[in-house]
Design a protein. Structure first.
Length: 436
């Protein structure tokens, strides 16, 4: 039992019930006390005010009667930027704000990437103010059109011709301010380089579509040294751009994984990232054997926490906590109970009203029917799917299913069993009913 004086206080921005079990499973947790700092709803609901969030967080921290030993977070903007802002104020460990923004601002990130690697698609800015927007001259169809910053691929569109391009730009123009305006406040805190003059946060990016297999590279930077502790495969639903599952460890050949390590190391050093975790997404094309960098996330992926716990023995929150507390962030390797693990996204691809959502008791029963299974239902009874926020542009997430096993066949069988046991059904969406 730890002496009360040895217990360290860790403030978690956006602490949520889904991540609490994996945070408590981290080896250091027995000597830590987790404190929630701002709710997920405050951080992600509607258009947030960054100054108001900072004031709310400071009020909680200033009123705390004890040591503030670490301030951490595992969500994207605004959490990713609040961590370094608050760390500077309260003397906790974090990478600098500028390095976070160089990751999250998709256009600035591409400018940094091209200084050290050519493993990225052709890209350029799209003028949202003109009456007749056009793709950048050097970018060819098919392409992706997306804001400089968005939540969960929101307002990111794959387009194959000018009609689809114009429609995507129209939708981005209508919705970009929800995240773009708060992001402007963050940019105003920085001294921007000449190449970012006049770019701002409400900017639209077009880049050529990448093909192949999608992979995620997780790691951290500690004392300037870049460490990659895991590579995961990201597998889409057939014929879509929507994730079906993340699977760990990757099945890619060792020479490809070595390339991923190399490009990741050079890029994170160029960005000036330090004392924090990251997750970098790539495409690997087996035909050309080329890799292409998709995007950089200035935090580890909380989506993968159970996967590392199943395979390596500890959740990836371990590295985040180690860095924040000035302790060893190294992850163990293959010390978990399973050879592989997956996070599955149970999705619906048309609108509807959700029915027969299982209770907490039902979920506990489903999880107890097989080892190495956890289910997190992300919707509620009566939810109209098209009203859900932070979805990709083509589907709706209903549940996340985590499975550990010793073969892909076992992972899939456990997932299929969970989906059948959930028993979700759907009524016709009110938006689709014919008017009287």
């Amino acid at each position: 039992m730890s002496d009360v004086n040895d217990v360290k206080n860790v403030f978690v921005i956006g602490l949520d019930d889904a991540n609490l079990p994996t945070l408590e499973a981290a080896p250091a947790a027995k000597s830590l006390r987790y404190h929630p700092l701002l709710t997920v709803e405050e951080l992600q609901g509607g258009e947030v005010s960054v100054p108001e969030l900072i004031d709310k967080a400071r009020a909680v921290l200033d009123a705390f009667d004890g040591s503030i030993d670490a301030i951490v977070g595992y969500w994207d903007f605004p959490v990713s930027t609040l961590v370094p802002i608050l760390a500077e104020r309260y003397g906790t460990r974090s990478t600098g704000l500028e390095s976070v923004v160089k990751c999250e601002h998709k256009y600035w990130s591409r400018l940094e990437q091209q200084k050290v690697t050519d493993r990225h698609p052709r890209f350029g800015r799209v003028d949202l103010d003109t009456d007749d927007p056009k793709p950048p001259e050097n970018v060819r169809f098919p392409m992706w059109v997306k804001p400089a910053l968005s939540y969960s691929s929101e307002l990111a569109f794959g387009v194959k011709d000018m009609d689809e391009f114009r429609d995507a730009v129209r939708q981005i123009r209508e919705g970009i301010s929800r995240v773009g305006r708060p992001f402007e406040y963050i940019l105003d805190q920085l001294e921007l380089p000449p190449e970012m003059d006049g770019v701002g946060a409400q900017v639209c990016l077009a880049e050529e579509a990448m093909t192949g297999l999608q992979v995620a590279v997780e790691g951290y930077v500690h004392k300037g040294e870049v460490t990659v502790y895991g590579v995961l495969d990201s597998i889409n639903y057939p014929g879509t751009s929507s994730f079906q599952r993340h699977q760990y460890p990757s099945t890619l050949p060792p020479p490809v994984i070595a390339q991923l390590h190399d490009v990741t190391e050079r890029t994170m050093r160029q960005i000036g990232f330090d004392e924090a975790t990251f997750s970098v997404e790539y495409f690997y094309d087996p035909k050309t054997q080329e890799i292409n960098l998709l995007e950089i996330n200035p935090r580890h992926s909380q989506s993968h926490a159970e996967l590392f716990q199943y395979v390596d023995g500890v959740p990836n929150h371990h590295s985040m906590l180690g860095l924040a507390l000035g302790e060893d962030p190294r992850m163990p390797q293959r010390e978990g109970p399973y050879a592989m693990a997956a996070k599955w996204y149970y999705r619906w691809f048309t609108d509807g009203v959700v029915r027969n959502v299982p209770s907490a008791e039902d979920l506990a029963r489903i999880e107890n029917e097989a080892d190495g299974v956890r289910v997190d239902v992300t919707t509620e009874e009566g939810q109209v799917l098209s009203d859900l926020s932070q979805q990709d542009s083509y589907s709706y997430e209903l549940a996340h299913v985590f499975t550990g096993g010793n073969s892909e066949k076992e992972l899939r069988e456990k997932y299929d069993h969970c989906v059948a046991a959930l028993g979700l059904t759907f009524d016709e969406s009110p938006q689709e009913r014919p008017h009287d």
